[in-house]
Design a protein around this ligand. Sequence first.
Ligand code: GLC
Length: 599
Amino acid sequence: MMKRTLLSLLLCFTVYAVQAQSTSDEQDKVKWFTNARFGMFIHWGLYSAAEGIWKGERLRNGNNYAEWIRYRNRISETEYVRLAKRFDWDKIDPEQWVLLAKKAGMKYILITAKHHDGIAIWNSKVSANNLSKLSGTDRDVLKELAAACKKHGMKLGFYYSHWLDWEHPDGWDHNQEITGRITDEQYNKYWQGKVLPQLRELLTNYGDIAMIWFDMWVDYKSTIVKKEQLDQVINLIHELQPACLINSRLGLPANYPGIDFETMGDNQLGAVYTSHPWETSGTIANSWGYNALENEYKSTSQLLQSLIGNVSLNGGFTLNIGPRADGSVPYEDQTRLDEMGAWLDKNGESVYGCTGLGLRPDQHDWGRITTKTLDHKQIVYLQVYNWPLDRILRLTGILSKPEKAELITDAGKVNLNFVQTGPYTHIQLPNAAGDHLVSVIALTYPQPVELDEKVAAESTFDGTALTGSNTSEKKSSYKNVPFDGLRPSHLVIDKTGVLTWRVYIPGPGTYNADLSYHHNSKTAMQVKISVGDQQRLQSLKPTGKVVVEPHDSYTDEFVNNQIGEFVFPKEGFYDITLTAHPKEQEKLLLNRIWLSKKP
Ligand code: GLC
């Protein structure tokens, strides 16, 4: 008996040790990627020469994705391949893309080696339908790009459309959902005859490949691709280049063995802290491939905030450019990248190698937080999107006291004064922001910071909003409804229950409270708001509708109701509770309680 226990213990230990080993190997493998945080996507292929216009007609899809033009505008193979003649090889220079990425502070380049149109942009031996052959050049863009990346110390990855292929007779396009034309056997011919051999070329002829980025945004079970086929791809990559990363759009979940990081939906930014590696691929306007009709470009600060927001949730950002058929990068793309590069040059320490803090992701109305450990100290970076008018930056949730606070400016780091009380850090700001786009304040802590992730955050504007998303405890389950363009975010209180918020009060004082809500019951609804034994009973009248646009558009009206005053006898943490008893069919939509010190 004893022997068996010992043996199973030993076995357990070995399994555990092997698992721990493989997890740490996986972490090592992906480390460069989770440190990099910012990379360049390049969508460049035959479609680039169509520029989103076919025979005078714009793309037949509202998303403007110009790389889809062959499918969307129902272009024949014969006509489509003629686009190759528009490529200007005297001008095409992949080194320029690498230099642009480098200047932008990007740490890797990902290029569409083969997009859904099925046309390889390299000189592929597997299919004569490739850009080099079709446009009559002996140049291999990927060879040149790989050499330039090597020269400038840039990681290189390939996008490969494995699922969709509109060129191969046995490849998949969405219309086959209607025609049912392709059988599993035919599709496997495409897989064995094109996908695997082309991946082999990509992983053999271009040196170290940092990642292969696949593009199937549905679960493989819902389409023609088989798990065995995906496993073949993973095995091939592991055999040829074990260090090469694979993204989840292969069609498998992020935790499937062999998937190294998760790719979110297009332009879908993170919403919650996610501990496994992940990234968002994003565009500067709408299309990925060059589209001449684009005119809605995102601002540099919007793009920067996308990058910072993702890093604050442990993710990265792969930002796309769509060069034209002569290789040139549109001016609008270039200016954004140059500005982001200049910002990163100055503030990059708050992005590279950083992750997020375990506080509510969007609890501060001035911006976001990133963090890293440096020389055994924890650095917390406050990413200030909006410079407070009263020149006080209010940080909530860190109980530890920083040893210093510094603002990053063009002239270097400037020390700032601050006051630490409980979970509040108030930083005294100079008049001028540290940066026109996003200002960064670095707080240095001698040890890992101690957090209070339950306490409600102070607003920049003299008070604290207690909402459905910052309760410390909810006795009943209520639905949180986000801002829908007309109605504010609110909590739907449809049964009896108690909500609790944890607040911090820095010293004795009297506070005002008011409550913003909507309900359309026939009679008033009763709620009770309490702090310790101080209770305020409220009778909330029905609120009705408010006109959005004259004559035809009305929405629920949310009104503000005074609750009264609460006296806090001393410094410390307090619980504020709200008790509601809606009757059958009644709903109280709670927007917030606003708590602010009496002037
Ligand atoms: C989508 C599109 C594709 C684009 C990609 C980038 O999957 O089909 O055109 O390449 O997203 O994220």
